[in-house]
Design a protein around this ligand. Sequence first.
Ligand code: ADP
Ligand code: MG
Length: 227
Amino acid sequence: MTALIQARGLRKSFGSTDALRGIDLGIQQGEVVAVMGPSGSGKSTLLHCLAGVVLPDSGTVSVGGTVVTALSEAHRSKLRLTQFGFVFQFGQLLPDLTAVDNITIPLLLAGMKRRQALTAAHGWLDRLGLAAAADQLPGELSGGEAQRVAIARALVTRPSVLFADEPTGSLDSLAAENVLVAMLELVRGSGTTLVMITHDPRTAAYADREIIVRDGQLAATDRVGIA
Ligand code: ADP
Ligand code: MG
């Protein structure tokens, strides 16, 4: 079976820093993958290359048969908007928009009418137990609530892949667990593929597979899933 995401021979340097030094990786559709490894080992750069945010110096990434690394920035940008969702350590919600308006942004960018987008956004808030927070500004939310809003915003377009870079890294352990469980329920329920960077072994334990990045390479035992 061909992997949904297939990376071959990824290399990326920033000046004299070799962030990725030859990564081959296959991820199946619907798989939940935890990416672990020391700080500075190349985890975020790998995620950015898989998502077409950053182009590798050499190597290829394909997602669903589309060779992402062969696309122009305009086409990669469209792919990110329509096929991928992103969650970061700090939700990066727009501070002047309410929770529900933050969630509508990707739908409005995709051309949906505001009324329809609001209905969809309220649906996601309900599912995440955040109905009462709809009209609050990000600054009025707890850290865990803000991350759940960020997750709703990332999933509202029903992406095929959710990329999460330390999505619970800024939360205490109880809030982190709640956010993680909510995110996993949504991705597993919809068959969304999740690529999640985490430092926390307990978080990684929720994944189908853990991969470890060290010095820009995958730890030897992780070279499974290469088609
Ligand atoms: P991790 O996410 O595992 O902490 P990163 O992928 O962020 O690691 O970084 C890997 C290496 O590449 C680090 O040495 C980092 O300083 C460097 N690096 C990452 N992004 C950039 C950039 N935009 N400019 C310069 N150096 C970078
Ligand atoms: Mg990082």
